[in-house]
Design a protein around this ligand. Structure first.
Ligand code: NAP
Length: 255
């Protein structure tokens, strides 16, 4: 790859994506901050300054993703951070609510892999953000857990298909990281504390913890590494997931 790689960070306006965009820029990439949140993406690209740019994209809309990559042409690094979760028991969950999470976290990841896979250069890298919930179940998070488990397998299949063109495909699977996405969960008493109790390293993650691993996966130092889903959670996968539903119910009972 050239010294000035072009890197696209989808979901780059917030949280893990924003930390990754900053880290890629510091690593010498020309970064495209792409997000559903158009104002957020523009603001973040402005913070990075020249030659970094912004783009608007919705990973659930294939036309939107195709336009993003058609406009950019060849790219060296693609990091897909778009994702969200909702909370609800399977027996109560409207199918539209299930589909909305699957649409962003799994089908959106497929659409990104499809169009990034057509545009990535030889030696290029695609990194997705899976989750600890891709391997550890959490009650009331069925769609998110299923979508992230699917994303982990999609990563392996895409690595097989794109490997012959010299493109590496990996994912990181973070545990609890403080971001705008997790702020509501972090405000429920007991959730973060129980997560931390069930790690080996005794702390929750930061967006920078995840960005550092993504930078490695995109770098020439990882040139023989593909089809990997890297657990990044302070050792939480060695223990058990917090009882988020229990904390939610105790909070509801207290009000
Ligand atoms: P975040 O702060 O909410 O950032 C996600 C960004 O993605 C937001 O800017 C969001 O825009 C954008 N986005 C949402 N839907 C999109 C779509 N359809 N198309 C394009 N962009 C879209 O979340 P985060 O915590 O950094 O999470 C980033 C990724 O890490 C997600 O895939 C998440 O599942 C995964 N993850 C996070 C954690 C954690 O503890 N934070 C743990 C494991 C995995 P809007 O704000 O406009 O919606």
């Amino acid at each position: 790859m050239s010294e000035h790689r072009t890197a696209v960070v989808i979901g780059g306006a917030s949280g893990i994506g924003w930390a990754t965009a900053r880290a890629l820029a510091a690593d010498g990439c020309r970064v495209v901050v792409a997000d559903l949140n158009a104002d957020g993406a523009r603001g973040r690209a402005g913070e990075l300054g020249e030659p970094h740019t912004a783009a608007t994209v919705d990973v659930t809309d294939e036309g939107s993703v195709q336009r993003l990559f058609d406009d950019l042409g060849a790219v060296d690094v693609v990091v897909n951070c778009a994702g969200f979760s909702n909370v609800g028991l399977i027996v109560d969950m409207p199918v539209e609510q299930w589909r909305s999470v699957i649409d962003v976290c799994l089908t959106g990841a497929f659409i990104v892999a499809k169009h990034a896979g057509r545009r990535l250069t030889e030696g290029g890298a695609l990194v997705s953000i899976s989750s600890l919930n891709g391997r550890q179940p959490a009650a009331a998070m069925s769609a998110y857990c299923a979508a992230k488990a699917g994303l982990s397998m999609l990563t392996q299949v895409a690595a097989l298909e794109l490997g012959p063109r010299g493109i590496r495909v990996n994912a990181v699977a973070p545990g609890f990281v403080h971001t705008p996405l997790t702020q509501p969960a972090a405000s429920i008493p007991g959730v973060v504390e129980e997560y931390i109790e069930n790690t080996a390293l005794g702390r929750a993650g930061t967006p920078e913890d995840i960005a550092a691993a993504v930078i490695f996966l995109c770098s020439p130092q990882a040139s023989w590494l593909t089809g990997e889903v890297l657990d990044l959670n302070g050792g939480a996968h060695l223990k058990r997931y917090p009882d988020v539903l229990g904390h939610v119910m105790r909070l509801a009972e207290a009000h």
